[in-house]
Design a protein around this ligand. Structure first.
Ligand code: KG4
Ligand code: ZN
Length: 385
């Protein structure tokens, strides 16, 4: 069976062809056109601009995805199912993908499945590299369920308990900014551009701890004595790390970076490249530590067998390494997506769509989703589990 996946929930126009055969899954193509450069000058994604770019690019991206999968446009009859993201995401952007998918489904008389973007991220853990036959989910060698999913992206920070295919329960989420959003905002404060996640993690790696902030800035002989500010350490809070629930909060952490920059400036300390790197290192450490502590605590309480990481922030090297180590210490199966499936992509949407098509679930995320007709798939920008 060949599944065409379409994803336009944010600033990536993505199309993918997936093949399922003899119990194996193979990604035939994973084409992504990113709008990062366009939105960079605004420091974040502008919904109407994103939609306009999707409209411009989607047909071309489809052609490339078919070509990469060794299909001609005239081979469309070889596609058995179309899966499209119906939410959550930016309304205008989602509408482009949904309208495009509906048109294809209507024109070529194909079944259409609407997919929850977050469910897509979860399924990114079950995708192998392009062209490689990958065992289906059921063929995993270990007991999968229950799975605790940590989904971390620019719009979400969620702990989702998955008791079976299609059975989800949110046990914790952010009360304000998502963790990826905090990376983006801190990067903006530091003039590191957009998206902030990759920039911050690269800067953090450069930090040379042998050259701390000078205890006494040049020309200020009595600075340390008169200042209330403690140097050279830069430390940030771990918001809600000890709270009883599994919710998160990242807006205060971002603000504490802002205050630290102001304090340094007031004290006449020049923000050198090394100080910038130290701020990135300490911010990343604080952000990741909260994620890990809460995730492991929840995983223990819910006695899960597996721990899955996903979403754009799952590309973060430090998070991948630390969470993997903690999972090992706690004897849990651990999975993280291949790097090419951490950000938004259509292969994960194709797989989630296929799973829902094969086993129509009864969970809330799929209400009005698996009706298999172009007529019934509707956009829901705030779709939840
Ligand atoms: O899943 P995604 O591609 O889009 C959304 O659904 O939001 O996630 C994008 C987010 C951005 O906030 C970006 O800064 C963050 O993922 N990100 C990272 C890294 N790579 C991307 N955050 C931390 N470290 C990274 N290496
Ligand atoms: Zn995403």
């Amino acid at each position: 069976m060949k599944i065409l996946g379409i994803e336009t929930s944010c600033d990536e126009t993505a199309v993918s062809v997936l093949e399922t055969k003899n119990g194996k899954i193979k990604v035939l193509s994973n084409t992504i056109s990113s709008q990062i450069k366009l939105h960079a000058k605004y420091g974040g994604v502008v919904p109407n601009l994103a939609a306009r770019e999707h409209v411009k690019n989607i047909e071309h991206v489809l052609k490339l995805a078919l070509k990469q999968a060794s299909l001609l446009k005239s081979d469309f009859n070889k596609i058995d199912l179309i899966a499209v993201t119906r939410g959550p995401g930016l309304g205008p952007a989602l509408l482009v993908g949904i309208t495009f998918a509906k048109t294809l489904a209507w024109k070529y008389k194909k079944p259409l499945v609407g997919v929850n973007h977050l469910e897509g991220h979860i399924y990114s853990n079950f995708l192998g590299k392009i062209g490689v036959n990958y065992p289906t989910l059921q063929a995993k060698s270990y007991k999968l369920f229950p799975i605790l999913n940590l989904i971390v992206s620019g719009g979400h920070t969620e702990l989702v308990l998955m008791e079976d295919y299609g059975k989800y329960k949110i046990i914790g989420e952010t009360l304000d900014d998502a963790v990826g959003e905090a990376f983006d905002k801190v990067a903006r404060l530091l003039g590191l551009g957009y998206p902030g996640g990759p920039a911050i993690s690269q800067e953090a790696e450069k930090w040379n701890f042998q050259f701390p902030i000078p205890a006494r800035p040049a020309g200020r002989s009595n600075f340390q004595k008169n200042s209330k500010i403690q140097f050279p350490r830069i430390e940030f809070p771990r918001p809600m790390i000890g709270s009883k629930n599994y919710d998160f909060s990242y807006s205060g952490l971002k603000t504490s970076v802002l205050y630290k920059l102001r304090d340094l400036e007031k004290a006449g300390i020049k923000i050198t490249d090394n100080i910038k790197s130290e701020i990135c290192y300490e911010f990343q450490k604080a952000a990741v530590e909260v994620l890990i502590k809460k995730t492991i605590k929840a995983a223990r309480e819910y006695k899960v067998d597996s721990l899955f990481l996903s979403g754009g922030v799952s590309a973060n090297k430090y998070l991948r390494k630390q969470l993997g180590l903690e999972a090992k210490i706690n004897q849990m199966n651990y999975s993280q997506p291949e790097l090419e499936y951490t950000g938004d992509n259509a292969a994960m949407i194709a797989l989630a769509g296929y799973m829902n098509y094969k086993n129509p679930p009864s969970h809330k995320a799929s209400e009005g989703t698996v009706k298999n007709s172009w007529k019934s798939v509707e956009m829901d920008a705030n779709l939840g589990f």
